[in-house]
Design a protein around this ligand. Structure first.
Ligand SMILES: Cc1ncc(C[n+]2csc(CCOP(=O)(O)OP(=O)(O)O)c2C)c(N)n1
Length: 895
């Protein structure tokens, strides 16, 4: 067997063992006589001396491949061996029920999928948490928050079944939510879904990598609420159980330094290092544990390696020469997986058989004992020791790197097998082997039928399980549905300036910031507003808020800001209200989600506004927004600056022509592209009412613009249209053409109407479309109602444009698919203009000409439709020439 070893695992040869022993003896003597503080001091001095001598030495970030916590330092297990035995029996039952649930579902419907091996590896990690650490929310304690590894969900359902929270009916409808509902039963979703199981799951973790970053920002947001005096400071914890393969997602590691910088000792990650991912080993040729130790340790986390079970303690105690530790250091993960997949005899030959010293150690065990040597993540005492150390660690977040076996206990059918991740069908003999391995009191017939097993309520196991949960405050996970308790102020209190703008010049971005500034001053709502930026506050004119409400910083402000003399100085404070996240859209949206779900997670409604470059929203962090939607977030996402042609000069990466297309695909995302400040005021007001007063689980995506415009006052009775998606801004007797303008291009439509009426005497009507997606949703719903009930009202947009056959021209600063979404409901000839293609760096005027969306192009397009075949091609060319338009220019999508 080739045990080729990565460089960092090579043990350096000792050229003078006696000298080494003397140095170690000195250290031990200092430790014994003066204690660890002095020992640490001397080591630091030694390290400094080495540096002075130019040795370029630094302690390796990797410790040997053994447990961080020494056996002698382990705390007593609460309840002693009796508790360990009972909890192991409970874990065995859960393993079976989880397995039975998955196999049953797949017996019935082969297409359903599901996972057994992940929970099989994580069951003990979860059980120690459930029995000793994970505290529920009670009347006087906020409760711990747990981010569950998604594909371990069957195990969490299995536990809720024993707890009496889920029934056999529920378990029988794993991954059959639709059919279950038809039968009046709550089905069980594949992964944690607060949307689909709103009383149960709190955090959607199904997309790998989102759980870790969300957990970090959640822990940070809890500190924010405490520092701002909105939530009592309590020793609550955020626990996150994640996969080792999942750590390859960039989001998993993206916020590690934030967690240590902010000293988040309310945060514990448990990484289930079963050394496998879906296709194979996570790091076949190395150690994922060591790699993560380096990364987390380097980022300032407290790292606890939990690698070997108690049986190994005796073996390591016999390792006088260090050969055993050396062999563990050298054995790469791919090989450890092979050892997991094989029996005691194989492991004796191939692991202990490597040299005479190891062989002698191996000979103290039978093959069966070797087979049952546990990895740390399967040994409850070791797990408890690690969790206990993590829960009591101060000043830093902790990561526990728990080594386990994937498919633990699945025997030849799955343990350590390359294909085990997707194993969901097991033969009878494998099931029987599983029963015997975990000593389950089930007959062959019961096994064959995959019966769930629930001990009687007065059995020792069930009493223990219930008693432990009672001690810890109740059941977890559990999602609270809190009613909102915030009063939304009258619109006039914060937006009168926009409703009665009366020609005053401002951009809608300025209007939004001013409204927010006013809302922040509101006596009741103000403190619940959470402004969030990712290093773009100045870009969007928010610098005035720095001084007004301060920037949140756990440490306050330890320096005198350069601009202290300015009235808008950069003010950081422990009770600062703005979350200035730096250049991390992923981090900023994670903060937004924590704030937007605080109404449920903490029973404290908040109103976050995350303002960002709209191109770096749905496109860049769309999956995090989807997860927020699943978590029933309530808040405002503000996309600045709307459209492809408003950010003149910024070019193709910044210019957003697509975010509204993506926003429309999220069912509970209500999106608007308003043109006027008064429209924005109505939308913000409506949004606050729906989210904070009506408790609707929706969130708002609103794009704002950066062009200073003369803002009109709000016409009477415009509100309903603004909310529903369109309202008329200029009518005409018997219009010959109707123009629909959206967001920044409404003014181009208005200017086009002037050209049409002034130069060509064409009666033109102009509509402001605040939301194509809301119009389209209404249209789809009406169309379906007509199909099902045969007497439905026409769609809102159809109603608005009926009674006239004049062609309709729509213009949007987004791709044409956005205005195209309402084509089916337009009761006249319909033409769309939009900004398909790459953006360019140039002036707004050039960009709008390039994309053919400016006033002249809109007017020309209208004329083509109005004149039809009444004008010859040459006459149309003349008209174009009069408008200074080049009809031979290439299409904007040409490359
Ligand atoms: C973003 C994303 N990509 C891919 C997947 C599909 N997927 C689900 S589990 C899994 C493997 C997980 O491996 P690991 O994190 O090591 O956990 P384990 O199951 O081994 O405990 C993959 C690739 C996903 N859920 N999310």
């Amino acid at each position: 067997m080739d045990m080729s070893t990565p460089d960092h695992l090579v043990r350096h040869t000792d050229i003078d063992e006696q000298e080494t022993a003397e140095w170690i003896a000195s250290l031990q003597s200092v430790l014994a006589s003066a204690g660890p503080e002095r020992a640490r001091f001397l080591l630091s001095k030694l390290s400094a001396a080495a540096r002075d001598a130019g040795l370029n030495w630094r302690d390796a970030r990797i410790t040997p491949y053994v447990n961080t916590i020494r056996a002698t330092d382990e705390p007593a297990y609460p309840g002693g061996s009796d508790a360990v035995n009972l909890e192991e029996r409970i874990a065995s039952i859960l393993r079976w029920n989880a397995l039975a649930m998955v196999v049953r579902a797949n017996r019935a419907y082969g297409e359903l999928g599901g996972h057994i091996a992940s929970y099989a590896s994580a069951a003990d990690l979860f059980e120690v948490g459930f029995n000793h650490f994970f505290r529920a929310r009670t009347a006087d304690f906020g409760g711990d928050l747990i981010y569950f590894q998604p594909h371990s969900a069957p195990g969490i359902y299995a536990r809720a079944f024993l707890e009496g929270r889920l029934s056999e009916d529920n378990l029988s409808h794993y991954r059959q939510e639709i059919q279950a509902k038809q039968r009046g039963i709550q089905g069980l979703s594949s992964y944690p879904h607060p949307w689909l199981m709103p009383d149960f799951w709190q955090f959607p973790t199904g997309s790998m990598g989102l759980g870790p970053i969300s957990a970090i920002y959640q822990a940070r947001f809890m500190r924010y609420l405490e520092h701002r005096g909105l939530m009592a400071a309590q020793p609550r914890k955020v626990w996150g159980v994640f996969g080792d393969g999942e750590m390859d997602e960039p989001e998993s590691l993206a916020a590690l330094s934030l967690a240590s910088r902010e000293k988040l000792d309310n945060l514990v990650f448990v990484i289930n290092c079963n050394l496998q991912r879906l296709d194979g080993p996570v790091r076949g040729n190395g150690h994922i544990v060591d790699e993560l130790e380096t990364l987390f340790g380097g980022a300032g986390w407290n790292v606890i390696k939990l690698l070997w079970g108690s049986d190994w303690d005796k073996l390591l105690a016999r390792d006088h020469t260090g050969e055993l530790v050396d062999a563990l250091n050298r054995t790469v993960d791919g090989q450890l997986q092979t050892f997991a997949a094989n029996d005691g005899a194989f492991n004796r030959e191939h692991f202990f058989g490597q040299n005479p010293v190891l062989k002698a150690i191996g000979e103290t065990l039978t093959d069966d004992e070797i087979d049952r040597l546990k990895r740390g993540g399967h040994d409850m005492r070791k797990i408890y020791a690690a969790y206990h150390a993590a829960a009591n660690h101060n000043g830093r977040p902790t990561v526990i790197l728990a080594q386990t076996k994937k498919g633990f206990g699945m025997g030849a059918a799955g343990q350590g097998k390359m294909t085990t991740h997707q194993q969901k069908k097991l033969e009878l003999h494998d099931l029987l082997e599983f029963r015997d391995r975990f000593k389950l009191p089930l007959t062959e017939d019961q096994i064959e039928k995959l019966e769930f097993y629930k001990p009687s309520p007065d059995s020792a196991e069930m009493r223990h399980l219930q008693e432990r949960r009672q001690q810890l405050g109740g059941y977890v996970p559990q999602r609270e549905k809190q009613p909102a308790r915030l009063t939304v102020p009258d619109i006039a209190s914060h937006a009168q300036f926009a409703l009665d703008a009366n020609g005053k010049e401002m951009s809608t971005t300025m209007a939004l910031v001013r409204m927010m500034g006013n809302l922040l001053k509101d006596a009741e709502l103000g403190k619940h507003v959470v402004p969030i930026v990712a290093d773009e506050a100045r870009t969007f004119g928010m610098a005035n808020l720095f001084r007004q409400v301060g920037i949140y910083s756990a440490q306050g402000q330890l320096y005198q800001p350069e601009d202290i003399g300015s009235i808008l100085y950069y003010r950081e404070a422990t009770d600062g209200q703005i979350l200035e996240e730096g250049i991390t859209e992923a981090g900023a949206i994670s903060s937004w989600t924590a704030a937007a779900t605080s109404y449920s997670v903490h029973g404290l409604p908040m109103l976050p506004f995350y303002i960002y470059y709209s191109m770096f929203g749905f496109q860049r962090i769309g999956d995090l927004i989807w997860a927020a939607a699943d978590q029933r977030a309530r808040g405002f996402l503000i996309g600045a600056t709307s459209g492809r042609t408003t950010l003149g000069g910024e070019g193709l990466q910044h210019q957003d022509g697509s975010s509204h297309l993506v926003a429309a695909t999220i069912p509970n995302c209500i999106s608007y592209d308003p043109a006027f400040a008064y429209e924005l005021a109505v939308i913000v007001d409506e949004g606050m009412r729906r989210m904070l007063t009506n408790n609707e689980d929706v969130f708002y995506y609103v794009t704002v613009t950066n062009e200073n415009e003369a803002q009109p006052s709000m016409p009477e009775s415009a509100r309903a249209g603004i909310v529903r998606g369109m309202h008329c801004v200029s009518t005409s007797e018997e219009p010959q053409v109707r123009l629909l303008g959206a967001g920044p291009l409404l003014k181009e439509a208005i200017a086009a109407a002037d050209l049409l009426e002034g130069i060509f005497s064409i009666n033109t009507e102009v509509w402001s479309v605040t939301s194509f997606s809301e119009l389209a949703r209404d249209g789809i719903a009406c169309e379906r109602t007509r199909r099902m009930q045969h007497d439905a009202q026409p769609a809102w947009v159809t109603q608005q444009l009926s009674g006239n056959q004049a062609p309709v021209i729509a213009v949007s600063d987004y791709v044409r698919a956005v205005p195209e979404s309402i084509r089916a409901y337009i009761p006249a000839h319909y033409v769309t203009l939009g900004t398909d293609g790459f953006g360019r760096s140039d002036t707004r005027a050039s960009l709008r000409d390039f994309f053919e969306v400016d006033a002249k192009w809109i007017a020309y397009t209208a004329l083509v439709e109005v004149y039809g075949d009444k004008k010859s091609p040459d006459e149309m060319r003349e008209i174009a020439a009069k408008l200074e338009l080049n009809l031979d220019k290439p299409i904007s999508t040409s490359l």
